[in-house]
Write a protein that binds this ligand. Structure first.
Ligand code: GCV
Length: 671
């Protein structure tokens, strides 16, 4: 008997091994591998005997295809698609109003949410079935992906009464991909967009669209905000139209980043002055040309008068005048402009202040189809910086939060840094501008001010690497970004667990370990790079340590360290916040310690709440950080044999490189 059991176990292990082998990360969190627990497999099969779509049409194709693909993979057998339920255990996609008569009045009400969905366990024609229902193509896709997630992560499939809708209307990805294939701040290979091959399509575009739709992304800007004018050339627009087709199938709207000087550099005009009628005419004609090719085109993403990019300020016009001119060219077609607020003057004593200084006075001056996109912090995607002071202060200007999924300052694709906890802190930050509880997440969800366009944009970390993001664990950031834009209330831990289950399987040891690696990882990185909010200690590549070249940011001298941004003695940056936050940041006693050196210049001997001096803290955290990075590797090594060898090895190599680089940081700072 024991021998038989042993043999059975061996067979199971071999089968599991086979299933695990040959995985290179391409499927990311959409693996759909057969459920390996026999009881769970049987249970899921009972609830997913057949798929029913009563009103097939192209609009629902992608969702239906995904459901077939997902269930067939997970249940390890082909699941048929029928026009009507033949048995209990059918999964029914209800999409047409006429179909909805099958539901109760109350249930019908719950479907009427644009982009939302319901999933119900109910009775149809005397059969116990699961209904996934939505009013829109997007809603149905999101419902299907949600259901597949339930199946894949081991959730109950009976008694379902789920109704969800996205918190943020705009859930966007920004690619900093140049047309020549080089990705600015991209660490996962060259651009996935092959402009040299387009208009020839690529199944990789479709798979990328599937990944994005599965976490609720509904918009994408495919080219760098440092925009080449050529993107608006007619032949390039034809190529863009093919990308739009791939994304449209998955409910994702295409945007282009444009160069404000295009009328001159592409159109041959002598100016790009937004007040010039010829310039306005050029943009109108260009917009009309785009919409002929891409009828559902989203609009323009613009970086203007920032880091050398041209813009309206070149002509003595404001950001609002420039953005509105573009907005008016797009408005007849329903398009919009997303105008970035990332501006700074390197000659200013405190560059953190510039964006607020330029944009706060323009509140109310932007047209209804223009949104201002603001980075999470006033500097530039540091591992720690305070929330940008513009959030909550633009009551009459559509506002979008920009996050960086690609790890420009956070260890590229070499360091394991799960950014979701840091984003949660941004979203939960109380701006107080409309009273207590005016959190960033409520502001950008349009729940505080009546915004028409609002939500989140994330700078993509995807490239041509087979596993999309270079580091297998970096995919958790892409996944988590989408999930948070859908629902900012989700915890960093629950997102981590979902991702772990979907990406690495449901082995409880693997899931626990992956979550335990993800959750502390950003704090670990912070420790061995720049604790206490000091920020930008790197060299020009934004990766290696070089504090000596960053005096501008850390203000370290023989006696102390930190940037005094207080009202009394410093740059006065703290005054850009609501008074409650100004007071909190202004005082050393109430300033959150993790931001102390962002706001205050303190002596090295200043005592922290722990009783340690600042200098001792900096020294110790660099040692702790390296040790904890070693701990990540130890945890991962313990999973050898539990996850497939290729992915295990690839992660191990990166963790080893991370440790070596963390040591380099420690030596440079402490040395
Ligand atoms: C796209 C930082 C980055 C740049 C980036 C810029 C921006 O400065 O280093 O690569 O350019 O931010 O957000 O526009």
């Amino acid at each position: 008997m024991r021998a038989l059991r042993a043999m059975f176990t061996t067979v199971l292990l071999v089968v599991a091994g086979l299933a695990a082998r040959g995985e290179d990360g391409y499927e990311a969190w959409l693996r759909y591998r057969p459920i390996d627990d026999p009881a769970r497999l049987e249970y899921c099969r009972t609830y997913c005997r057949e798929i029913v779509i009563s009103s097939p049409s192209r609009e629902w194709d992608a969702a239906t295809r995904e459901l077939v693909r997902g269930l067939s993979g997970l249940l390890d057998r082909r699941v048929a698609v029928l026009g009507a339920p033949t048995q209990s255990g059918a999964v029914i996609l209800l999409v047409k109003r006429s179909d909805l008569s099958l539901l109760s009045v109350d249930e019908r009400e719950r479907v009427r949410i644009a982009e939302g969905f319901i999933i119900l366990s109910t009775q149809v024609e005397g059969k116990s079935v699961t209904v996934i229902s939505a009013e829109t193509q997007r809603g149905l896709l999101y419902g299907v992906f949600h259901f597949l997630r339930l199946v894949a992560t081991g959730e109950p499939l009976e008694g379902l009464s789920i109704s969800q809708q996205p918190a943020m209307p705009l859930r966007m990805i920004n690619h900093w991909d140049n047309l020549n294939g080089v990705v600015e701040r991209g660490y996962a290979g060259r651009s996935i967009f092959r402009w040299d091959q387009l208009p020839i399509g690529d199944s990789r575009y479709t798979d990328y669209a599937r990944m994005l739709a599965s976490v609720g992304i509904n918009a994408i800007a495919v080219n760098n905000v440092n925009a080449a004018v050529e993107v608006l050339r007619s032949d390039m627009l034809e190529k863009a139209a093919v990308l739009a087709e791939h994304f449209r199938e998955y409910g994702i709207t295409l945007y282009l980043s444009v160069n404000f000087a295009s009328p001159m550099r592409l159109g041959g005009l002598s100016t790009a002055d937004p007040a010039d009628p010829a310039v306005q005419g050029w943009w109108k004609a260009k917009a009309a040309e785009i919409y002929r090719l891409i009828p559902d085109f989203g609009g323009f993403l613009v970086k203007a008068n920032s880091e050398g990019q041209p813009g309206p300020l070149d002509y003595g016009r404001t950001h609002a005048e420039g953005a509105n001119m573009l907005g008016r060219a797009l408005a007849p077609h329903g398009g919009s402009v997303i105008w970035r607020a990332f501006v700074y003057n390197p000659r200013m004593a405190d560059r953190a202040m510039e964006s607020y200084r330029e944009f706060a006075p323009l509140d109310g001056r932007f047209d209804a189809n223009v949104a201002v996109q603001i980075k999470n912090g006033p500097i530039d995607f540091q591992i720690r910086e305070p929330v940008h002071p513009l959030f909550g202060q633009l009551a009459r200007t559509n506002t979008v939060l920009e996050l960086q999924i690609t790890q420009e300052y956070t260890g590229r694709s070499t360091h394991l840094v799960y950014l979701v906890p840091t984003w949660k802190e941004v979203l939960d930050f109380d701006t107080y501008t409309a009273g207590r509880g005016t959190t960033v997440s409520r502001v950008i969800a349009g729940r505080v001010f009546p915004y028409r366009i609002c939500g989140m944009a994330g700078v993509s970390n995807v490239g041509q690497e087979r596993n999309w993001t270079g580091h297998h664990f970096a995919a958790a950031n892409l996944y988590g970004y989408g999930r948070l834009a859908w629902d900012p209330e989700l915890s960093a831990e629950s997102i981590a667990e979902e991702w772990a289950r979907l990406t690495w399987g449901n082995d409880p040891v693997v899931v626990r370990t992956v979550v335990d690696m993800l959750l502390p990882s950003a704090a670990i990185y912070e420790k061995y790079t720049s604790p206490l909010g000091v920020g930008v200690l790197c060299n020009g590549n934004h990766y290696d340590p070089r504090p000596a070249s960053r005096e501008y940011f850390h203000h370290a001298d023989g006696l102390g360290v930190g940037f005094d941004r207080t009202r009394r003695s410093g740059s006065g940056y703290t005054q850009q916040y609501h008074a409650v936050n100004t007071r909190r940041f202004d005082s050393r006693a109430t300033c959150p310690e993790e931001l102390l050196l962002f706001f205050h210049h303190v002596p090295y001997t200043y005592r922290l709440k722990s009783g340690k001096t600042v200098i001792q803290h900096i020294y110790d955290t660099h040692y702790e950080g390296v040790e904890e990075a070693r701990g990540l590797l130890e945890k991962w090594l313990a999973l050898e044999g539990r996850v497939n060898p290729q992915r295990h090895r690839e992660v191990r190599l990166r963790l080893e490189a991370q440790i070596a680089h963390a040591e380099k940081w420690r030596e440079e700072i402490n040395g």
